[in-house]
Design a protein around this ligand. Structure first.
Ligand code: SF4
Ligand code: SF4
Ligand code: SF4
Length: 258
């Protein structure tokens, strides 16, 4: 469906993590009126409807992804289907019913448990500010394949983690600086740099709101199955230690302070 410039601008001011959902709602509003173009009126009417029916809109959790699964060339992992797997796991927990029992007063979007997956360390979907943030990584290794000294790996590395001495046969990687974005692997024409492992970093307890905080990096690279297990462990903790519908970050902080 086409969008007028004013409608597009109005929705671009909506926070990133709910924008996709808001756009869908506005398009439904336009369809309801039989229009094939979304206008500012549709945005405003949808906003009014949303506020009056917010309790029905809350589903207890949100899963966001970056544009990796749509084909972003920077992706370190494919990310295809992971959001659906995450959603299925979260749906089974019926977090809406859980939150209704915990929260005093009406349920709001900001009560929901948020998961965000980014398919490379550029982290476009802001996994640092959600309850459970996931970052796809691809770790390089130096193989015995002869290096052509083209220096493409040095040029592409934003972390200045690759070094190639004039007399050296192949480069060295400083893994204290390397973020495992996989870019040097993609540009190496000889196979001197290859992927040694692929997986996911996990950040827990991030949030915005009255007391914003960044998620804590668990400091490991997990396989997809391990990452899903870690999510389940944190969801168990979230549900068992939750007192009044607080976010995971608040629960972790309270447990740390005890
Ligand atoms: S996080 Fe990486 S893969 Fe995802 S959209 Fe951003 S640059 Fe692309
Ligand atoms: S994986 Fe990324 S950060 Fe690490 S050395 Fe290669 S380009 Fe640099
Ligand atoms: S990109 Fe590959 S071939 Fe070129 S300098 Fe780096 S390791 Fe050597």
């Amino acid at each position: 469906m086409k969008w007028s410039k004013e409608a597009d601008q109005a929705v671009s001011r909506v926070p990133f993590f709910v924008r996709k959902r808001v756009r869908k709602k506005v398009e439904e509003e336009a369809e309801r009126t039989g229009s094939r173009m979304v206008t500012l009126d549709h945005v405003q009417n949808s906003q009014k409807r949303f506020l009056s029916e917010m309790d029905q809109e809350v589903k207890g959790f949100q899963v966001e992804t970056c544009f990796g699964p749509s084909g972003c060339p920077n992706r370190a992992v494919e990310g295809e289907g992971i959001a659906q797997e995450l959603e299925q796991g979260l749906l089974k927990r019926d977090l809406k019913t859980f939150l209704k029992e915990k929260v005093q007063g009406p349920l709001k979007i900001h009560h929901e448990f948020r998961v965000s997956i980014s398919c490379c360390p550029n982290a476009c979907s802001r996994p640092q500010i959600v309850d459970f943030g996931i970052i796809g990584v691809s770790r390089p290794k130096i193989t015995d394949e002869p290096c052509s000294q083209c220096r493409a790996c040095i040029d592409v590395c934003k972390e200045e983690a690759v070094n190639l001495e004039e007399s050296a046969e192949s480069p060295l990687i400083d893994f204290d600086k390397c973020l495992s974005c996989g870019q040097c692997i993609s540009v190496c024409p000889t196979g001197t740099l290859q992927e040694v492992s692929q997986g996911f970093r996990v950040l827990v307890g991030g949030k915005l709101g009255r007391h914003p905080q960044l998620g804590k990096d668990l400091g490991k690279i997990y396989s997809k199955e391990e990452m899903l297990q870690v999510l389940n462990q944190y969801l168990d903790l979230y549900q068992s230690r939750n007192q009044r519908g607080e976010r995971l970050g608040e629960i972790l902080k309270r447990l740390e302070d005890q």
